[in-house]
Design a protein. Sequence first.
Length: 480
Amino acid sequence: MRAFLLHSGEPGLDALLAGLTAPHGAKLPQSRQEEVRLIHWGAYHPDKGEPAVLQPVKSILAALQPHRSAELLRLHGLETGAEEGSDAAKTERWSHEYIVPVFHLQALTVLHRSGGGVFYGKLGTAGKRAGESAGGDFNEVGLEQPGYYASRAMRIAVRSIYALGLDYGVVRVGVKADASLVVQGVEPIPVLSPRLAELFAQAINRFDQRLAKESERGGVREVMLGADPEFLLVTDRGKVRFASQFVGKEGPFGCDAIVLPSRRKVFPLAELRPAPSTDVRKLIVHLHRTMQLAAKRITDTELAWVAGGMPVRGFPLGGHIHFSGVELDAQLLRVLDNYVALPLTLLEDATTAARKPQYGFLGDFRRQRHGGFEYRVLPSWMVSPSVAKGVLALAKLAAENYPLLNRRPLADYEIVKAYYRSDKPHIRSFVPSLWHDLEKLSGYAALEPYLLPLRRMMLQMRSWNEKEDIRPKWKIAPFV
């Protein structure tokens, strides 16, 4: 498989095209569409809605509408600038401004300008300014040692591009006097300075080379799963006892942090880090062993172990899943959102949604130093063995077969809204069709014993109870 950049001869593309080793043109290649991953540049060519396409034209057109873009970004928990023409927009000042070009889940560089100026632009106009400024009054900081605000700006830029249904673009981020970061503008069809053309050409070439290597390897991918689900220790009066009172930060059972508004870290969360496995049953066995280890370390047996999304206000929990043996890909990330995170919403307790969108926002991931990546969207699914088995089986099946899973209900603004608001009746209507896709996969039968109970709970919208002690269901002492 190769990448193919499909353009319409837009002005200013010469430098980009000159730097490409990947195939490109103003017409589709003669080979079958399935043999290429199309990258749309511009909004003047047909879009058949293929899920493997990078930069769908529908998303480009939506991103070019400032009001709609701002609504969607805010829904995903991203702050945007004041409305154009408002008094706030005329007086808004920035201590720092950043321009971040993004391609396929990666920031390509970061450009910085010290603030003090007033921003008069609007959401959707970042690229024109970025194209002019890449060699102007913005200085390129680069990726090696970007600093605190630049690092945050890069994360926000990648998140903004994904939230808008895009795969590349230029994002402009401002830092306000109160240290909050604001998305000032997103450009889905970047105006290219020589430096931006060079960066995008290099990124497209790397993407093309990755696809070619994957095609050469061929065969069925076997995904290894790891996990680090979190839980809280709670007294009979509902007060949280910090896990750091019983255990250190490292090891198969440890504590994890939350960051206070003052940026100080505290370590209230208990976290399990079972040994990874390509086999869901073995991973569950490893998880149970870490729970037994935790039971030995947590000497106060009167404390309840609670999981879910936010069993106690102010203490959000995650059920992060680690993937290796498969490359992080925007198509894979969207499959996990649509086929795992969206239907799992049907099991959430009333308190679970309180973690969104600051936590649990769609597309949340983190690359791992050892390779692979961590999918960070889900709440702590260790509420029961049946939910844990089902979620891990669903994640494995989706990751190993993601090119075959083509439905994207989350491409619809109203479904995104339903996800963040935990509108279960709205979401439930999509589960049968999503599940039908899963049942057609060759790996479904082997995982069916874990998946069917999860499907039944989803269709019944059987919410877990985040106040309930999880130990009896897992047969952990003193409930063995």
